[in-house]
Design a protein around this ligand. Sequence first.
Ligand SMILES: [Zn+2]
Ligand SMILES: [Zn+2]
Length: 488
Amino acid sequence: MRVRTLILLLFLLAVASPAAAELAVPADFQVMGVVTRADHQHYRDVPFDVPAGVERITVILSYDKANKTVIDMGVRDPMAFRGWSGGTRDRFTISPSDASPGYLAGAIPAGRWRVVLGVPNARAGSRSTYTVSVFFDRGKKRKATAAIAGPPLNDAPGWYRGDLHMHDANSDGSCLSQSGKRVPCPLFRTVEAAARAGLDFVAVTDHNTVAHFGALRELQPWFDRLLLIPGVEVTTFGGHANIFAPSHVVDFRVGGKQVPTVAALERKVAEAGAIMSINHPALPSGELCMGCGWTWPATDYAGITAIEAVNGTMAEGPLAGIGFWYARLNEGHRLTGIGGSDNHDPDMSPGKAPIGRPTTVVHAESLSTSAIIDGIRGGNVFIDVDGSRDRLLELQAVSGTASAAMGQTLPLSGSLELKVHVVGMSGGNIQVIANGSPLGALRAPVTMADQWSSFALDRAMACGWISATVLAGGHPKLIGNPIYIRCA
Ligand SMILES: [Zn+2]
Ligand SMILES: [Zn+2]
């Protein structure tokens, strides 16, 4: 029996099982077995050893379901029972922050764990082979990520619309209860409001906690048209920054012994596989709004991906983040401008921004967490200030035979042309921006629902970065990201 198991194991190592192929990575542990009538209404343990430092365990069970064989699944850690999914699911995941429904999130102790298999039915004469595959996430090796987020909600490359900043009961979000009392607002109400706003993705960013990640995991399968990105608003005494899709909680105590500087925070964010965006940098600080503005001196921007240029309704004036963002671009940093509603009440208290206002529109390879994050990194992104469902702003800079979209670099050779594609802004105006300043002569009315305009730029003005804003009634409505112009 033991030899046969070994041969089967060697066979499996040579030929990846369908479950393992789905993850596109080899399992850290895999075992195959057979269920026969002898297992009918019996339990069987599949032990596996977890080394120290594992941050997440994902288990996939696949088996031959012919002849009505059913195999239930659960798991024990070295000390305690951690969950059961019966015959309902073929996989589960457990980490300190979150777990599949039916499983307990919590510390991952090293030692001997056991997948518990139960067999409620195996007919006489039946023979069902099964494979248990175990995947470990640790350090920068995040094998199980694909199983956690699932496949993309949409495989097509394109523009995806989302809100990257909001709060719920897991921090300071609140709404009115059944009887009209203000109470911590359950996460599902926030996500429902985002779905009603027609968004493709949201990042839920509670302050300094990952306690909401488990609930997101429960909600995601039902919200199969709305990508839920786990986020955290890292809230420090000298400013706030959103981090998107960290694999674990990140110590936020900047200025303390554990995280002496913002650069140290950036390293911890990178270790967690996340990207970082400075929030509402131009808000006041002090007793009026404690730690709201970005006041950390000598910030190292190398580990920062984005700036929240528009927070809620603040798209212009001294409180908007645009001036701060443009100033950093002028210093030579490459930072994507994004927006976020910072919604704290999905029922929208008067004067506050509803979920989806503003919307950040990201060109991404697919609708998945990794693709949206890559899209933000890439910078082909614009901010839709009113959170329309259909407005579009595309930029293409052309010089000689080279061309570049937002977020890209264009080497200048001879003349420079900026092509601007605007949808849904009839009656507005396109304003070309160079190095943070609107170019007075380069402004054109939008007369069509779907319009391409072209601008010739002066070489001296264009070196650095260029962009465009679309205004209506004098107010910015679509805010583009930079195209970086490299002059020899
Ligand atoms: Zn904040
Ligand atoms: Zn916030």
